[in-house]
Design a protein around this ligand. Structure first.
Ligand code: XMP
Length: 176
């Protein structure tokens, strides 16, 4: 038996709600969704599809970001730019999209990076946020679900590159 924390249909509902909230703020505007690889992928793809129902001029780009070793944050966030063009953030409305907000160090670092790279404004959107783990003064602008402080996998989230393909989210158990 797999202990599912959020099923495929739970996730679909949450992503629809997040897209609707973003649409309220950005209807008629252009937005660059900046996904943090690799965990953002299924979430970002579903969010894009949901946003296509709203009148937003959408572009997508990615940063490769890493901070986790096994199931804990190393506290050091490494950002690697994927886009060829250095000016890809300039004068854009950027929404940084990540799978999960834990200590907040990743999002804080990336938001600063985006502003330093000339964005007109930057917001953040996460699918999940872990309760009681935030080590920063920031909170995500759009947040799907608050979860307990456990290590979760599935829907893009991995443990040593495993489980990303699961269509649901579950808590990693000790014997996995
Ligand atoms: P911070 O602590 O910087 O962490 O907010 C954000 C990044 O850490 C990874 N992360 C997880 N990955 N299950 C995962 O598979 C988890 O429970 C988890 N918690 C944090 C993730 O890469 C995220 O971008």
């Amino acid at each position: 038996m797999v202990e599912v924390l959020y099923s495929e249909s739970d996730l679909k509902k949450v992503v629809t709600e997040l897209a609707a909230a973003i649409a309220v703020d950005f209807k008629g505007k252009s937005v660059l969704l900046l996904g943090l690889l690799k965990g953002c992928q299924p979430f970002l793809a579903d969010l894009c599809r949901e946003l296509s129902c709203h009148q937003i001029d959408l572009a997508v780009d990615y940063l490769q970001v890493s901070s986790y070793v096994g199931t804990a944050s190393s506290g050091k966030v490494a950002i690697k730019q994927i886009a060829a063009d250095d000016s890809f953030c300039q004068q854009r409305n950027v929404i940084v999209v990540d799978d999960i907000f834990d200590t907040g160090l990743t999002l804080k670092e990336v938001v600063s990076w985006v502003l330093e790279n000339g964005a007109a404004q930057v917001k953040s959107c996460v699918l999940l946020s872990k309760s009681g783990c935030n080590r920063t003064e920031m909170t995500p602008d759009y947040c799907g679900l608050e979860i307990p402080a456990a290590f979760v996998v599935g829907y893009g989230l991995d443990y040593n590159e495993k489980y990303r393909e699961l269509p649901y989210i579950k808590i990693l158990t000790e014997n996995e």
